[in-house]
Structures are given as C-alpha cells and as structure tokens.
Design a binder for this molecule. Structure first.
Ligand SMILES: Nc1ncnc2c1ncn2[C@@H]1O[C@H](COP(=O)(O)OP(=O)(O)OP(=O)(O)O)[C@@H](O)[C@H]1O
Ligand SMILES: [Mg+2]
Length: 425
C-alpha cells in the first residue's frame, strides 16, 4: 500500500456517486490518483430512500477509485445537498480585553456569537460557519484581526444549516462502507473550490451547478461566499420532457439530449432529422432535431429564471461583476452559456470544468466531476488524510495550512468548516 498523503472526496449525487482520490501538491494543485463513479441507486435529490442500495452504489464507486489509486480509503469528505439546506448571513460582536488587542479567543468568540444568532430548531444542525469579513471598530475588510488594536471586533459570517436526519442518513451509508466521514461539505461550496478562480471570487461570481435532480447555487462577493441555495429542477427534467413529448424511453431521451440537444433551438437546422423508437409500439419515427431543442429550451430558460429570482431575493444579483460559472453534468448541454447569458441580462457565462489538476486529470476533466474534485480539494486544504481516516483538526480562524501554497491559502483563510462527525455542532 502507498503511504503518501492522500485525500478522498465522495460526491453522493442524484444520478451518480463520484469518488475522487488525490494528493495535494506543494504548488496548490491536486494530483488525481483515483476516480470511481457508479449510478446512485437508493438516493433521490440528496435523500437516502434505500440505505442498502445507496450503500452498495457508494461501495462500488469507492472500490473503483481505490483500485486505480492502489490504496484503501479509511476517511473521506462527503458532499451534501437538497431542499433542506438553508443559509443566513449574520453578524457577531465582542469587546476586546484590557490590552485592547484582538486575541484568537476574541476571534473564536465573535464567530461563535454570530453563529449563535441563527435560530436552530433541534432537528437542524450547522454544516458550515464561514467568515466573510472581520470589522475592527467599524473598519471592514480585515482578514486577520489577531494582534491588531481595537475596542470592538465584529464578524460577518455565512452560516449553512441542514436537517440532521437527512445528513446523518447519507453519512451512515458512507460509514456502512467502512469509511469515516471526516466532514460533510455543502456540494456547491465543494464545486466552487474546483472550478472558480480567485479573480472571479474577488470580483463577485455565481456558481450554478446543474446536476441531475438539483441545480445548486453559490454566490461569492469580495472573495467570500455570500449566498447558497438550490432549486429542484436540473438535467433530468430536460430528459423527462423529451421522453414525454416524443413518447420514447428515458434512456433514448437521455441519448438524444446529450448527442443532439442544444439549449438554443434557433441554432439547429430545420433539415436535420433523427430516428427514434416509440415506447410501447416499437415503431420507428423520424423527428426533426430542432424539435429536441425546442423541448429543451423552455426548461433551460426556466432553470435560469429561477436562478435569477433566487439571486434577486437574496439581494446578490447586482454584485456579479465576475460573471457566472456553470458546472455539473447538466452544464455540458450545447449552447447553454448562450441561453443562460440571455436570461441573466447579458452577464458573461462560462462552463467550469475542474482546474488545477495534475496526474490522472483527464479522468475528472468534465464538469460532472467538479463536486468530487472539490471535496478532495477541501479535504486537502483542511489537512485530512484518506488513509488514517482521522478527522482533521478544524482550522483556526484566519490561519492558513502551512503545507499548501497560495491558491488554497486564500481559500483556507475564508473557510471555517465547523461540522465534524462526533462534534457538538
Ligand atoms: N453532454 C451532456 N449534455 C447535456 N446534459 C448532460 C450531458 N452529460 C451529462 N448530462 C446531464 O447531467 C446530469 C447529471 O449531472 P451530474 O453528474 O452533475 O449530476 P449529479 O451530481 O449526480 O446530480 P445532483 O448534483 O443533482 O445531485 C444528467 O441530467 C445528465 O443528463
Ligand atoms: Mg452534483
């Protein structure tokens, strides 16, 4: 067995389980050494509906990645998603002690006080506590307040919560496979680590992860996260629409969508046809390819209209100077950036495959792998080890992990994941 420093991410998606094993390099990249995917049976929109089926799917994906990496995974970072996720931006304040200098205890206290201001019913738990900014005596934009002089320290904090039982059930399925869940991470946060650049993050960017069952959203402003949410319409809805209108099987509809589908119907020639098999009768029928795109287009429009409404409601729509990055398997639909940009008032939209990869990078080069890669990156940033399975120490606020270089250091100082299995919150 290899003994290097490995990390593992398990994306428990609606359509597939994706496991990524990698090694952090000292240049801030991820050296990909193993990948495994398996259709996710036993799960619906991030919720376990059949524990045994879900366990088997996860175990198969893990086994494939382990074979490639030639290691056994004992611990991993796991993605969570679903309608039950809620987020809030809150603030906390503390008065510094007699020395008038901010101590690390002050920082812990102010973050805690912000977090405590989120009302938390007993069936919900905090998944992330992410510091957006520190403010010293009214002066914002302080990234590392420890040692600075001030009377008051304020913290602006983004808190993500979820339903305890739903999260526990996903974690149990992973642990049924003999793997310790080192941390659960909200999927769009993980995806953003894999696909968004520092420059975009600073300018203000929206990540839209279009999966099979859900479209996840994460908004960043001034380098830090300011909004997370999800909408229950995504790639599988396009497939179902095609199947219904053309009276064909879901499998055939999926194939047609991926091969001939375009988000903008006007881009398709009226002269191109494709043969389909009518479900039930088995009759063959010629269908204009343009019709496939005419079915798809309104759904894609609906998805981005919902994204726009969500961002407007959250008050972040006007902050997007760095544009929109779409990721997830659904983002691979031809012409999707063009239609997305039209709905989003001309904002620049690009497709985001995972970046900063070496090793077996081509095996995870598509946007469908972005969440799995992002989870492995988050594990690396936090100094976790896939081999020992031990949970990494939580990051202290405002401090980077020494062994990782610039890219991740920037992220580390802003991400303060707060949930560890067995921890009190
Ligand atoms: N080339 C393609 N063109 C269009 N859609 C595609 C293409 N490839 C994959 N998809 C769609 O991507 C979706 C799956 O995306 P992804 O693998 O990111 O989902 P997931 O992570 O399992 O789901 P979720 O994030 O909702 O839990 C499916 O609806 C699939 O049809
Ligand atoms: Mg996904």
């Amino acid at each position: 067995m290899r003994r290097d420093h490995f990390v593992a991410g398990i994306d428990v998606g609606t359509t597939k389980i994706c496991v990524v094993i990698g090694r952090p390099t000292d240049r801030g990249a991820l050296d990909v050494v193993g990948v495994g995917t398996h259709p996710s049976n036993g799960l619906k929109r991030g919720i376990v509906v059949d524990r045994e089926e879900a366990r088997t799917s996860i175990a198969q994906a893990v086994a494939a990645a382990e074979r490639m990496a030639e290691i056994t995974v004992a611990g991993a970072y796991v993605g969570i998603t679903g309608d039950h996720i809620q987020c809030a931006n809150v603030t906390g304040r503390v008065r510094t002690g007699q020395t008038g200098e901010v101590t690390s205890e002050d920082v812990e206290k102010v973050v805690q006080s912000a977090r405590d201001s989120v009302s938390l019913p007993s069936d919900r738990e905090v998944i992330h506590t992410i510091v957006r900014d520190f403010v010293l005596d009214g002066q914002p934009g302080i990234s590392r307040p420890v040692g600075m002089s001030a009377t008051y320290l304020d913290a602006e904090v983004h808190v993500v919560t979820g339903m305890q039982n739903i999260i526990d059930n996903v974690e149990k399925c992973v642990e049924d496979c003999g793997i310790t869940v080192q941390r659960s991470v909200l999927e769009p946060i993980a995806t953003s680590l894999a696909v968004i650049t520092e420059a975009e993050r600073d300018l203000g960017v929206i990540l839209v992860d279009i999966g099979g069952g859900t479209t996840d959203i994460a908004a960043f402003d001034n380098g830090s996260i300011c909004h997370t949410s999800g909408i229950p319409v995504a790639g599988n809805h396009l497939t179902r629409d095609i199947a219904r209108v053309l009276h064909i099987s879901t499998e055939d509809a999926e194939m047609l969508k991926c091969r001939f589908g375009r988000a903008v119907a006007d881009m398709v020639s009226v002269d191109d046809y494709v043969q389909v098999t009518i479900a039930g009768t088995g009759d063959a029928e010629r269908v204009p390819q343009k019709l496939i795109s005419e079915i798809i287009e309104p759904r894609v429009e609906e998805i981005f209209s919902m994204v726009k409404s969500d961002l407007r409601r959250a008050g972040v729509y006007h902050t997007i100077n760095g544009g929109v990055v779409i990721s997830g398997g659904g983002s691979q639909l031809s012409e999707m950036p063009r239609l997305a940009s039209a709905v989003l008032d001309g904002l620049p939209v690009r497709v985001g495959p995972p970046r900063n990869l070496v090793g077996l990078a081509e095996n995870v080069a598509t946007p469908a792998h972005a969440t799995g890669v992002g989870l492995a990156i988050q594990a690396a940033v936090n100094g976790a080890s896939a081999i020992s399975g031990a949970a990494a120490e939580p990051l202290s606020v405002g401090h980077a992990v020494a062994s990782l270089k610039s890219l991740w250091q920037g992220l580390v100082s802003r991400l303060v994941p707060s949930r560890r299995r067995g921890s009190s919150h």
